[in-house]
Ligand binder design. Structure first.
Ligand code: F6P
Length: 376
């Protein structure tokens, strides 16, 4: 019988994190399992900062955005930068020390709620002998082996509302309205919100675009008395002959071992200025940014998060460790974390096992059928 479980929320926050925590704690309370929440993700795990989670902690949090445990995407416990006696920058692997401490403190399992990178680290803790269970989180929907991650549907809802609003103002002024949405190297948010909002053009990282095709679509619409166009651009979209748009690289990329220090941004502004330059029509860009991540989860995400949280704790209770909860082919189940994290078993290495938009899949096919320009 397990007695004590740790839980942490890692990486960028995402609507539904609190609902996952709530679901997990409820199952723990019914099974007499103590739960401790490590604060600020892996940072709190490293520094051993944690709080005991009991009923009052989870009261009324199902609809709250953010995470009561706080999060952090700047700590890789497998490579913590430090300055040695000689003044040189070195990287220290604290994972064994942490694994030992968890054992000494009597933790039977750690529930890691995170995206691809955090889940890879979770698997690496498993290789260090820690029992772990993963929960796939991200608005980007790019975690493999799950139909969907929690938070994604809320982000799509927010982005769809933005598309709707851009249609009406764009129509009034006969302008080209460009909306940049999140998603990193995957186009799920852009494609889904673009389809839901009836965008004219959707540009995603999986299909490097030809700006002339975008311009052709605008010209076609104008020829049919539609002076405005709405273009949804994923932050990771790039032109055929160009590169991805980077806002900044935090620190030195090589110096941030195992962390994703590349901050994307500017893809929408680039499309907007190119379209204006080529067509001479007025274009405006909106970057939806963190509005997609903040705030209350939609009902779908509240339910999915509750299911994920409850199942994660149930797996702990049943001592089924090394698994990630998932909604696969429409069914709530679990899958080996090894499969999710990919074949690179180098402890601390960055995950590269992303779920990208399937170019032969239904969403892309439907977008093409209804005449949406995908930039190719
Ligand atoms: O992974 C979620 C996400 O919101 C991405 O879509 C975005 O690129 C990134 O996080 C930005 O995160 P931050 O600015 O917090 O590092």
């Amino acid at each position: 019988m397990i007695k004590k479980v740790g839980i942490l929320t890692c990486g960028g926050d995402c609507p539904g994190l609190n609902a996952v925590i709530r679901g997990a704690v409820k199952v723990a309370l019914y099974n007499d399992v103590e739960v401790y929440g490590f604060l600020e993700g892996y940072k709190g795990l490293l520094e051993d900062r944690k709080i005991k989670l009991e009923q009052p902690n989870i009261d009324g949090i199902i609809f709250r955005g953010g995470t009561i445990l706080k999060s952090n995407n700047g700590t890789n416990t497998f490579a913590v930068p430090e300055i040695n006696d000689k003044g040189e920058r070195i990287f220290v692997d604290y994972s064994e020390e942490i694994a030992k401490r968890l054992k000494e403190q009597g933790f039977d399992c750690l529930i890691v709620i995170g995206g691809d990178g955090s889940l890879k680290s979770a698997r690496d803790y498993m290789l260090r002998g820690v029992n772990v269970v993963g929960v796939p989180k991200t608005i980007d929907n790019d975690v493999p082996y799950t139909d969907v991650t929690f938070g994604f549907n809320t982000a799509v809802e927010v982005a769809t509302e933005a598309v709707d609003r851009l249609h009406t103002t764009g129509d009034s002024h006969g302008r080209i309205m460009v909306l940049e949405v999140m998603g990193r190297y995957a186009g799920w948010v852009a494609l889904s919100a673009g389809l839901a909002g009836g965008a004219d053009t959707i540009l995603i990282p999986e299909i490097p675009y030809d700006i002339n095709k975008v311009v052709e679509k605008i010209a076609y619409r104008r020829a049919h008395n539609k002076n405005h166009s709405v273009i949804v651009v994923a932050e990771g979209a790039k032109p055929k002959e160009g590169t991805i748009s980077i806002r900044e690289i935090e620190g030195d990329k090589a110096e941030n071992k195992g962390l994703d220090s590349v901050k994307l941004g500017g893809a929408g502004a680039f499309v907007s200025s190119e379209v204006e330059r080529i067509t001479g029509f007025e274009a405006r860009v909106t970057n939806l940014g963190y509005l997609q991540r903040g705030g209350s989860p939609c009902p779908y995400d509240r339910i999915l998060s509750t299911e994920f949280g409850a199942m994660a704790m149930q797996l702990c209770v049943e001592e089924k460790f090394g698994r990630m909860v998932t909604l696969l082919n429409g069914k709530l189940q679990s899958i080996s974390l090894n499969e999710v994290a990919g074949s690179d078993t180098t402890i601390g290495a960055k995950s590269s096992n992303l779920k990208l938009v399937d170019l032969g899949g239904d969403l892309i096919q439907t977008a093409r059928k209804v005449g949406i320009c995908l930039g190719d």
